[in-house]
Ligand binder design. Structure first.
Ligand SMILES: [Zn+2]
Length: 284
């Protein structure tokens, strides 16, 4: 599943192809249940056609395009969540339409944004300028701070973790604590900060949380620099995979030797999620 770094890479790719003179000339919804709002695919298409995309933002794992009307005023927001297997691809509109294409958004210069989604959990929203994105997309309203923005500090994280007895791994996956971190990177940051994933969040000292907050920023930045993680269906807007997983400390490395101490990496289930750690490097 794409996590914060992968969604951030998609966002950057989308912004690279934003151009003020590129209008959306038509759109086609091939799988109506992809559209979460408004109620029908037809009203999604009616909202988005004629707009120009000004800028793509990311909040957690949600992508939000600010869309302008012909007069330059805000027309609304185009929201996208990739969920399990969604891809936003930038293609020539003459490119043959593959099996798993769910939504096509055609631009005025023969280009197209194509939403491909094999597992069909991905969602899209058209949010009119008269509405508020956080009222339409419920996940946006209860989200914690963005780990790569200035307000995200060790003090903030410590305050959030003091509120919960859940294991730290589980707490890190809660978007109300950290927006969009995800399972792969939660395992990675716990290894890098030498914290056992089962440690009750509230028991971490301020010093440990300092190390954890620094690891969150470091791991996410390195993952973005590596182009994200290669797994099933994640690609950037040009269909290219990332290669972070080749340098992962623990994720996906169950039974392989720890890169630091050679002990085999443990794999357990915690809060329903596969969890990888080294019980020597991350011992209590
Ligand atoms: Zn180790």
């Amino acid at each position: 599943m794409p996590e914060l770094p992968e969604v951030e890479i998609v966002r950057r790719g989308l912004n690279d192809v934003v151009a003020p003179d590129r209008a959306i000339v038509s759109a086609e919804v091939l799988l109506p249940r992809t559209i979460a709002h408004p109620a029908t695919a037809e009203s999604f298409v009616a909202g988005i056609v004629g707009c120009r995309i000004k800028h793509w933002q990311r909040r957690g794992k949600y992508l939000l395009a600010e869309c302008l009307a012909a007069d330059g005023k805000l027309a609304g927001w185009w929201g996208v969540h990739l969920r399990m297997t969604g891809q936003m691809l930038w293609v020539e509109s003459a490119t043959p339409v593959a099996k798993h294409v769910r939504v096509r958004v055609l631009l005025s210069d023969g280009k197209e944004l194509r939403f491909v989604d094999q597992r069909t959990f991905g969602k899209m929203w058209w949010i009119d300028a008269s509405e508020e994105p956080q009222e339409i997309i419920s996940g946006l309203g209860k989200m914690g701070l963005e780990p790569l923005e200035d307000g995200f500090t060790a003090k903030y994280l410590y305050h959030q973790l003091q509120k919960t007895q859940r294991p730290i791994k589980t707490a890190l996956l809660d978007p109300a604590v950290v927006a969009g971190l995800g399972n792969i990177y939660a395992d990675e940051v716990l290894f890098q900060s030498r914290i056992h994933p089962k440690t009750p969040a509230r028991e971490l000292t301020a010093d440990r949380v300092d190390a954890l907050a620094a690891a969150i920023v470091d791991v996410l930045q390195r993952a973005i620099a590596a182009g994200g993680t290669t797994f099933s269906s994640y690609t950037n807007v040009h269909g290219i995979n990332g290669n972070y997983i080749g340098q992962a400390w623990v994720y996906g490395r169950g039974d392989l030797p720890c890169r630091v101490c050679d002990r085999p990496i443990s794999k357990i289930r915690l809060g329903g999620r596969g969890t990888h750690y080294c019980d020597r490097c991350q011992g209590d």
